[in-house]
Design a protein around this ligand. Structure first.
Ligand SMILES: *[C@@H]1O[C@H](CO)[C@@H](O)[C@H](O)[C@H]1NC(C)=O
Ligand SMILES: *[C@@H]1O[C@H](CO)[C@@H](O)[C@H](O)[C@H]1NC(C)=O
Ligand SMILES: *[C@@H]1O[C@H](CO)[C@@H](O)[C@H](O)[C@H]1NC(C)=O
Ligand SMILES: *[C@@H]1O[C@H](CO)[C@@H](O)[C@H](O)[C@H]1NC(C)=O
Ligand SMILES: *[C@@H]1O[C@H](CO)[C@@H](O)[C@H](O)[C@H]1NC(C)=O
Ligand SMILES: *[C@@H]1O[C@H](CO)[C@@H](O)[C@H](O)[C@H]1NC(C)=O
Length: 827
């Protein structure tokens, strides 16, 4: 009883989420005043309350003599209309209304409803012509009602003499269901003016509504009592797609899609590229064919997206193709969906099918912007709506035969008209064909910012350049700085401005002419010692930019000087905030944030470029903090490009810092990105215990932090050796996660260590365990050895803001390696 009440309450609260202002539910031919279907009350049109909806005209009510108990109650009766007759509704809220007409034919004494043939009009606009239903059919329309009455008129065709209808729903659509200022980009000026119509003025008939990667959703599950069907049968190559699913509700964001646009369930499943199909080949599209009438109709195609596949922002870039043409290039959901993962978004396209084509073909495929190893593309939902009253314009009297200009440009001859983006592509293609191909710049450099009309959930401005690693404030190539500028910036290398010194030389604080604070690292003048490191640093840093990597402002090579100029990091090395200085101790939360930031920078270094870069000298003095304690990885002098695809390591003379050095690298002189992971593990323990990686003054067993901490960790007593400043601050679960992550990093063999991507997830998780932010769960990941939820984390604001570069994700083998690692309790 209690449980039922609870269910009922739950049900009431979920279903009352959207309450249409106008809401008419009619069970035709019924004299019941309330027939309940999916908790909605239909009024019989033969009942006292319901009869007022029917206007003049001849009609009668019918009862299915043989109605089975398991069919919906509203289908057990019908109204037969033997002359033009209408239902009339008083509309309180002008605007778009949903009109759903149910037809469930049966045979009675006088009528076989299957034989009815008729037309249906809404305020004079034809919805259905020569219509008949031999099975149960629900027709759904979006109708703009611009006066206080909606008349739905049924007119029997001459050769059948009757129309019928089983049920009618009329209710107001949610606000802004179709965004009005839709500028449909047709290429020729005539059509542009033709289509200066608003989408909401169009009568739309739902043709397909598909929950991609998901199950059938009934009106019971949907906020607007819609039905969503699975996508399997529309997939052209089934094996190209793989279902992605999450159990967490989406992060709806202001300006994005709402629950009414599509229910949670649509956004909680998707199809993604099936790239793990035994090979790494990931250059293909996922394609769906949706049958439509072959009569050259205009369709509104609404695509739903929600990035439930990425573990961090800026991992997913893909292209959308409709009918073979590029409809949206380099979709970046991180940006579109307000820098949140799992945040629902939709994009509307207007598509005109060529006469005879018979399908709308939708493909998603990887963008060139994606990281080579982890291309992916997703789709969560599709709706295709036919513009019922769209009348194709009469052919313009132009000299090229009145064809759409775009048709010559689109491969396959299928005509597709869509957003400005498409237009742009088409124009570019046209231009490229007509003119000599001039340069490739137009494609790779940013196009001007494009306004995406009706562009989905918001009037988003999409700049094609956003996703590209931007040249940064100083540009990639204007890196050289005159020596005189640096003299000026540092008061001629004033000793008082020295902020550090190291193997390479001395570091000064300086201020460039444009008031930019910089750190100026000057090699010993005249000495060419360190030249290779100097050059490596310039090469690496001029190619790579990331929020969590210290950026190179410029360099100077004049007068046998070797000077590197970096962004100034106000708070200096992490180490100084851990021990050996007077800095106030960092809180556990701050330490976690710093570790997460550094992990993210390192992760980007490993995966962000085609080859990947191995840092080789990760330590607490090479992780710098800016004025907000944002961590950035510095000092790339020893970095090496990672191994090529078919190699597994780089052979090299052992370099690095004592105490942080990967033992395997030391033994085999083979460098992989797992060497950085090892060093990072040492840093993690350093952060936890606030002591140097190597302290020769301590007892023998304590000298080496890695060994000592591992010893205590294995004993399950890591809490005995943590920084006394942290006592009582760390939640046990957070400490456990952190310690375990550090332990994994220090595994003897590289293959047993996690990737930086895994480390990042786990640190984020430790953070959430500390701060009580609810961790997200990704079902697809193997579960952690001790049953903890694997970690997928929505990024926090402070990590995201200003981080314009794309963050590499974990590579393909990540989860496998990590789960293997987790089940393998050996070190
Ligand atoms: C009633 O339905 C059953 C099975 O659905 C069918 O066998 C039977 O012929 C039907 N009777 C009438 C009168 O249509
Ligand atoms: C219903 O009619 C369509 C054509 O109008 C026909 O293709 C289909 O087979 C019919 N279905 C049944 C169950 O009679
Ligand atoms: C489209 O909508 C806008 C604002 O809602 C309105 O000003 C404009 O007149 C409409 N255009 C047409 C063709 O109805
Ligand atoms: C959808 O509703 C049906 C009842 O019609 C229910 O059985 C099913 O579990 C629901 N599905 C989801 C995904 O909520
Ligand atoms: C996936 O694997 C199956 C079976 O090995 C194969 O038939 C199919 O073509 C593969 N699909 C892709 C997209 O590689
Ligand atoms: C995806 O489909 C589009 C349109 O048909 C095509 O141009 C593109 O080359 C395809 N991409 C891949 C990777 O096959």
């Amino acid at each position: 009883m209690g449980a039922r009440l609870f269910l009922l309450l739950l049900f009431l609260t979920t279903s009352s989420a959207f309450t249409p202002q106008d809401n008419f539910l009619i069970s035709c031919g019924s004299d019941s005043s309330s027939e309940v279907v999916y908790n909605r009350h239909f009024i019989g049109d033969s009942s006292d309350k319901g009869s007022s909806f029917l206007s003049q005209g001849k009609s009668s009510s019918l009862k299915n003599p043989n109605s089975s108990s398991n069919s919906a109650v509203i289908y057990s009766t019908a109204r037969v209309l033997t002359s033009a007759s209408s239902y009339n509704f008083n509309i309180k809220k002008l605007g778009t209304h949903l009109v759903r007409l149910h037809f469930s034919p049966f045979t009675s004494r006088n009528y076989d409803l299957k034989n009815g043939k008729f037309g249906v009009y809404a305020n004079g606009i034809s919805l259905l012509t020569i219509f008949s239903a031999n099975v149960t059919v629900v027709k759904e329309f979006f109708v703009m009602v611009d006066r206080d009455e909606l008349e739905i008129l049924f007119t029997p065709d001459d050769d059948s003499d009757f129309a019928f209808v089983s049920a009618i729903e009329v209710f107001s659509a949610p606000k802004d269901f179709f965004i009005d200022s839709v500028g449909i980009a047709l290429i020729s000026p005539q059509e542009i003016s033709e289509f200066k119509q608003n989408i909401s003025n169009q009568v739309l008939e739902t043709v397909h509504r598909v929950n991609v990667g998901g199950l059938l959703l009934t009106p019971f599950n949907d906020t607007l009592w819609r039905t969503w069907i699975p996508d399997e049968n529309f997939l052209v190559i089934k094996s190209a797609a793989k279902v992605a699913r999450t159990s967490d509700p989406p992060n709806y964001q202001q300006g994005g899609a709402t629950r009414e646009v599509a229910p949670d369930n649509v956004y909680m499943t998707a199809q993604q590229m099936n790239v793990y199909n035994g090979s790494l080949v990931n250059h293909f599209n996922i394609t769906w064919d949706f049958p439509v009438s072959s009569e050259g109709a205009m369709h509104l195609v609404r695509l739903h997206f929600c990035d439930i596949v990425s573990v961090s922002l800026n991992m997913l870039y893909f292209n959308i193709y409709i009918n073979g043409a590029t409809a949206y290039k380099d979709v970046d959901l991180s940006v579109l969906a307000f820098r949140r993962l799992a945040s629902p978004y939709y994009i509307d396209f207007v598509v005109k099918n060529m006469r005879g084509s018979g399908v709308v073909r939708i493909s998603v495929g990887p963008s060139d912007l994606s990281n080579t190893m982890k291309k992916n593309a997703i789709l969560n939902g599709v709706e295709i709506m036919r513009m019922v009253n769209y009348v194709p314009p009469s052919p313009p009297k132009s000299n090229n035969g009145g064809k759409w200009i775009v048709s010559g440009c689109v491969v396959g001859g299928v005509l597709m008209l869509s957003l400005a983006v498409v237009t742009f592509v088409a124009i570019l293609r046209c231009k490229k064909r007509k003119q000599k191909p001039k340069t490739r710049r137009a494609e790779s450099t940013g196009w001007p910012s494009l306004r995406v009309f009706g562009g989905g959930s918001s009037h988003a401005t999409i700049s094609q350049g956003t996703a590209l690693a931007s040249p940064g404030p100083y540009g990639y190539y204007g890196l050289k700085i005159p020596f005189s500028d640096l003299q000026l910036a540092t008061d001629n290398f004033d000793k008082n401005l020295i902020v550090g010194s190291g193997g390479f030389g001395t570091v000064y604080k300086g201020v460039l002419k444009d008031d930019i604070k910089v750190a100026v690292k000057r090699g010993v003048p005249g000495s060419r010692q360190g030249l290779p490191e100097f050059q490596t640093e310039i090469t690496v840093l001029s190619k790579i930019r990331h929020h969590h990597l210290v950026s190179l402002v410029g360099y100077c090579e004049e007068q046998s000087e070797m000077i590197l100029v970096y962004e100034y990091m106000e708070k200096g090395p992490l180490r100084n905030h851990l021990y050996g200085s007077n800095s106030p101790p960092l809180s556990w939360k701050q330490r976690l944030e710093i570790c997460i930031g550094a992990a993210r920078g390192l992760h980007y270094l490993h995966t962000g470029s085609a080859q990947g870069v191995i840092h080789r000298d990760i330590k607490s003095t090479n992780i710098l903090l800016d004025e907000n304690c944002v961590a950035k990885v510095a000092d790339f002098g020893l970095s090496k490009s990672g191994p090529c695809l078919d190699e597994t390591h780089v052979s090299t003379g052992v370099k690095g810092s004592f105490g942080y050095l990967d033992p395997e690298y030391f033994r085999r002189q083979q460098l992989t990105d797992k060497s950085d992971v090892y060093s990072f593990g040492v840093v993690l323990f350093e952060v936890l215990c606030a002591r140097p990686a190597v302290d020769p003054l301590l007892n023998r067993e304590q000298v080496n932090l890695a060994e000592w901490a591992m010893e205590w960790h294995k004993k399950g007593m890591i809490n005995e050796i943590i920084d006394p400043n942290l006592m009582g601050q760390i939640k046990p679960n957070s400490l456990k996660k952190f310690g375990k992550t550090a332990e994994k990093c220090l595994a003897e063999y590289g293959v047993d260590r996690p990737t930086m991507g895994d480390v990042l997830w786990n640190l984020e998780y430790a953070y959430q365990l500390q701060t009580n932010e609810r961790p997200r769960e990704e079902e697809q990941q193997a579960t952690d050895g001790d049953g903890e939820a694997p970690v997928v984390v929505p990024l926090r604001r402070e990590d995201i803001d200003g981080d314009r570069d794309y963050d590499g994700g974990s590579d393909i083998s990540t989860s496998r390696v990590f789960s293997q690692l987790l089940t393998n309790e050996g070190r």
